[in-house]
Design a binder for this molecule. Structure first.
Ligand code: SAH
Ligand code: SF4
Length: 351
């Protein structure tokens, strides 16, 4: 039998195109999106307000792809990490972070990542493939179901570089944001990039008020180039310019992420370079004590260094905070998400 395509490969425009192609009225797009994402129905035949003829035509061409939880782990702080597997056997990790009224999902945009950052477990494992819009939205739906409540925030900070898969990520954000999709406010949807300039420039022109975070990690070119080989060719001047362009175009304040690594990017000279980079920018600096990853010899900076960074930035008028770590006991913290062979080392709570 011919392999049917996952309808999750289509963004809203793709779905609208399909609806038109099948001779259906425009309003059917909203109905179909609602079935797929607001309601999470997985069989076309169950989409009861679509005509039988339309349902059959859909089922002849597409399937609703699956996102299955293969392993689920829960941290002492309530954070949950899921190993999610798609129909072709490729898996990614997704994290759910409850905090009071909020439920934030950290979702993956690619299986693996090609950028090769030296401090990141995903980067060290290499690239597998891009995820489709549907595969990203389904990660959020899966977490909502597991917690039995609405997801209020989503961050593209799992595996992958979102701007290396720009169109699919944007399609996913729009489905997450849409009232016939997941209904998450645009400002509560955040994309984190290692600094791909065409992506930052394009993101600045999108009409929705999505939030941007840029992983900086060092404002010294040689240090940054060594930590983040995938963006070695992106100059700090050009990156700074793109951030200014983004802030000018949107009026919004991007976050600069900075993982503090002892003896690597936490020296007084590094701090001085960071201050020079951030000064005059409309940004918030998020200082993250680096998380340990297997097989890499890097230590997080002393708490006093993190404080010194935060205090110095604040003293010159740059908004800064130190991020509190979540889920580290289950390797769910930033940078700890990696490609898995199913069940390896995490079989304790296997479903
Ligand atoms: N590829 C994107 C988004 C995914 S990574 C990016 O790099 O921005 C999400 C965040 O986790 C990024 O800021 C990344 O630099 C950070 N990160 C990666 N490894 C880390 C580690 N070991 N400790 C702390 N943060 C890490
Ligand atoms: Fe990729 Fe981001 Fe990890 Fe770098 S930090 S390897 S860009 S996921």
């Amino acid at each position: 039998m011919e392999q049917l395509t996952d309808i999750g490969a289509l963004d809203r425009e793709g779905i609208a195109g399909l609806v038109a192609e099948l001779g259906q009225a425009t309003y059917r797009t909203r109905q179909l999106v609602r079935w797929l994402y607001a309601r999470g129905v997985v069989r076309f035949e169950d989409m009861s307000d679509l005509s039988a003829e339309f349902r059959t035509a859909l089922a002849e061409r597409y399937v609703v792809g699956t996102a299955e939880t293969v392993v689920r782990q829960e941290s002492a702080d309530g954070t949950r990490k899921y190993l999610v597997r798609f129909a072709d056997g490729v898996s990614v990790e997704t994290v759910g972070l409850p905090e009071g009224e909020r439920l934030t999902v950290c979702f993956s945009t690619q299986a693996g990542c090609a950028m090769g950052c030296s401090f990141c477990a995903t980067g060290r494992a290499g690239f597998v493939r891009d995820l489709s819009p549907g595969e990203m939205v389904r990660q959020i739906m899966l977490v909502a179901r597991d917690f039995g409540r609405r997801v209020t925030n989503a961050v593209a900070m799992g595996q992958g570089e979102p701007f290396a898969n720009y169109d699919a990520v944007l399609g996913a954000l729009r489905l997450m944001n849409a009232d016939d999709g997941l209904g998450i406010g645009a400002r509560h949807l955040t994309v984190s990039t290692c600094g791909l300039l065409p992506g930052i420039r394009r993101f600045a022109t999108e009409p929705e008020q999505f939030t941007l975070a840029v992983s900086l990690h060092s404002a010294v070119a040689v240090t940054r180039g060594a930590l983040m080989p995938g963006v070695r060719s992106v100059s700090l001047t050009a990156l700074r310019q793109a951030i200014i362009g983004y802030a000018d175009a949107t009026g919004r304040r991007p976050t600069l992420e900075y993982a503090l690594i002892e003896g690597v990017n936490d020296s007084p000279a590094e701090l001085e370079a960071l201050v020079a980079f951030a000064r005059g920018l409309l940004v918030h600096v998020n200082l993250i004590p680096v998380n340990a990853i297997e097989g890499v010899d890097l230590k997080r900076s002393a708490a006093t260094r993190a404080r010194a960074f935060a205090d110095t930035l604040s003293a010159v008028g740059i908004e800064a905070s130190i991020r509190t770590e979540r889920g580290a006991d289950i390797d769910a913290a930033c940078g700890q998400l990696r490609q898995h062979e199913v069940g390896r080392g995490i079989s304790d709570r296997a479903l």
